[in-house]
Design a protein around this ligand. Sequence first.
Ligand code: HEM
Length: 322
Amino acid sequence: MKEKLEALRHKYNLLGQDMEAYLEGLLYSRSLTYWDYIELETLLTLQKPRTDFPDEVIFIVYHQITELYFKLVKVELDLLLQESWEDESILRKRLKRVASYFRHLTHSFEIMMHGMDTENFLRFRTALLPASGFQSVQFREIELYLTGLRQLLAPHRRNVKGDTIEELYENIYWKFGNLDRRTGDKTLTLRLFEQRYDNHLLELARRLSDKNVNARLEAKLRQGQLSEKLIEVCREVDVRINIHWRLVHLRTASHYLRQEDEALPSTGGTNWPEYLPPYNQNIQFFPLLWSSEEKAQWGRGSFLDQYLQEVEGYWRMSKATA
Ligand code: HEM
């Protein structure tokens, strides 16, 4: 006890503070409770359905869960920016966490795909127009943390001449995903997102242009310092986000929005059967880590088999135990 008091006195001396005043404060402060610490009561007020369909709350909660996981991904990526890359084990630890968050998100997407009544969904979603997960700014931020704008260009803009951040940003893939099918103009969903977040995302792209994970990996590769273990975890991040997560999301969209041969319009208004498939977007965060055959097979063939084994195997298992 005496030693602890001395250590405390030392700590407060360094801060120019009076330890005894802090000790007195301890006498009066309330005990910490679980519900205050995690803000449970506030958290449970954050679901505000816009209709009376009971399944709408599932839709809101699962989006919120995903956004919280996205936040955890950003915590890791932000720490990476501040840490030295000399110690490769730290880098691998952070990227493994990113991969594991997306693995969880891919598996738990079952809540979306099988957890809501289609009837309910098709009705309550009309009250949500023109909002769409397309407007998730955290998803766009994660992309920019992981790679440069050049890797995020729309497939038909990959040879674009422009070199400035602004020119590249205007050719990013999602800006072409959300155009009105008849007029080719930007949809309201896209325009609202741009008004709110373009400046923020441009600023982030500028800040990360030579610090994003891919830029750093390429520098390491040029210096011949990229280990097999690091390559493996980077490839896993690419597959988990750009194939597995995108595929499970696409399958969910198809489950609800495809009726016989017809694709129903989405709330965000994209031509989603064309836009969403990973094999059409063909995005790799770390392109130098893939062969041209692997890029040509992106989201198909063996990748798809692996996805089906992992995700569908998981669903079969959970159905069997249900
Ligand atoms: C029933 C569930 C879902 C359906 C039917 C669905 C449908 C769609 C559709 C059709 C799009 C294309 C944009 C549009 O036209 O609106 C889209 C984009 C997107 N959604 Fe979802 N979605 C669902 C759940 C989710 C969830 C839970 C998240 C988690 C945050 C999410 C995140 C996204 C993201 C990030 C995009 C942009 C993808 C990209 O640009 O490649 N979606 N969604």
